[in-house]
Design a protein around this ligand. Structure first.
Ligand code: SF4
Ligand code: SF4
Ligand code: SF4
Length: 306
């Protein structure tokens, strides 16, 4: 009995020490309190808030675990998971609008925007606080793409939580700096995506800038045929009279939607997610994005609020 009590005491003490290290010596940092308050009693009781806390505290390790476990996961597990942790592909313009909104916008009933079981609502915060954090997908790869600090946590409680809990791995950005980061990532051929997660109060919380070699979401789509990412609502179209079959766009596309056939670019409509990455890579300006209602409703703030 005595040994048992000592063991329980040691476990509780270790848990308290880990917690205090995570909270930087405090019982609860202000952003932790805010996170718990915003998550509400129901999420506290069903442990979703604890899941969210662990996710935010150990995001790199969490993604590393998922990426490593993915090859052996059965498809029904992937399906269950992608319904609860998914993203909307954004064009560069759509991503910029999320950063530059100037009034609070609650969007609801978004079944066509995000065709998954959760994320039926989004709260876009006016003049959002933006914090750049390390990309967990890149850190899970042996030769990660650079730079790695490209995940933009947007709005509260997430932005302040990441800044307070990861002071060495995060930085706060002004709107202008965030827009510049989006431009730089687009120029590198990386796509923008808005992420939603059950443990993040079923909400949008981070704007990612994803490369096709490291991103677990793109890997899920391309390698495992698991629909973790929803189309931007656009598809690419080609003016074949301008195409010289240089192949640049084919190499650029994260979703393998382009190929060369009979010395011209060919588009696989099914695979195209409308990210627009290929458009600016074509030296002859032969590619453009076209709205396509069969691809779902775009996440365009003005369109959804009108
Ligand atoms: S989703 Fe994209 S930016 Fe976010 S962690 Fe993965 S690769 Fe990085
Ligand atoms: S074809 Fe172009 S727009 Fe479509 S997914 Fe590929 S890079 Fe993105
Ligand atoms: S980048 Fe432009 S020119 Fe080159 S293959 Fe693609 S569409 Fe054709």
């Amino acid at each position: 009995m005595k040994v048992f009590l000592i063991l329980i005491g040691a476990i509780l003490l270790a848990g308290l020490i880990v917690w205090l290290i995570g909270e930087r010596g405090k019982l609860l940092m202000p952003s932790t309190k805010k996170f718990i308050r915003m998550a509400g009693l129901k999420r506290f009781m069903n442990l979703s808030a604890l899941h969210g806390y662990i996710y935010l505290r150990l995001q790199k390790q969490y993604l590393n675990f998922l990426i490593k476990a993915n090859p052996t996961s059965p498809s029904f597990v992937r399906k269950w998971f992608t319904d609860r942790y998914h993203s909307k592909v954004l064009t560069q313009e759509q991503a910029k609008k999320i950063i530059t909104i100037d009034k609070e916008i609650p969007l609801q009933k978004l079944e066509q925007v995000i065709p998954h079981e959760i994320a039926r609502s989004i709260v876009l915060q006016a003049s959002p606080k933006i914090v750049a954090f390390e990309c967990g997908c890149r850190h899970s790869r042996p030769n990660p793409c650079q730079p790695t600090q490209v995940c933009l946590f947007i709005g509260e409680p997430y932005a302040t939580f990441m800044r307070e809990h990861h002071p060495k791995e995060s930085r706060e950005l002004t709107r202008a700096e965030a827009l510049e980061l989006l431009d730089q990532e687009h120029a590198r051929g990386h796509l923008h995506s808005a992420w939603f997660k059950d443990a993040m109060m079923d909400r949008f919380y981070v704007l990612c800038n994803c490369c096709k070699c490291c991103c677990g979401g793109i890997e899920n789509m391309v390698k495992y045929n698991s629909p973790q990412m929803a189309s931007s609502g656009y598809v690419v179209e080609a003016d074949t009279s301008l195409c010289e079959a240089c192949g640049t766009c084919v190499d650029t596309c994260p979703f393998n939607a382009l190929s060369l056939e009979d010395d011209q670019v060919a588009i696989n409509w099914e695979k195209c997610m409308g990210c627009g990455v290929c458009v600016d890579k074509c030296p002859n300006k032969g590619l453009s994005l076209l709205l396509d209602e069969k691809k779902g409703v775009p996440l365009e703030v003005e369109m959804l609020t009108n």
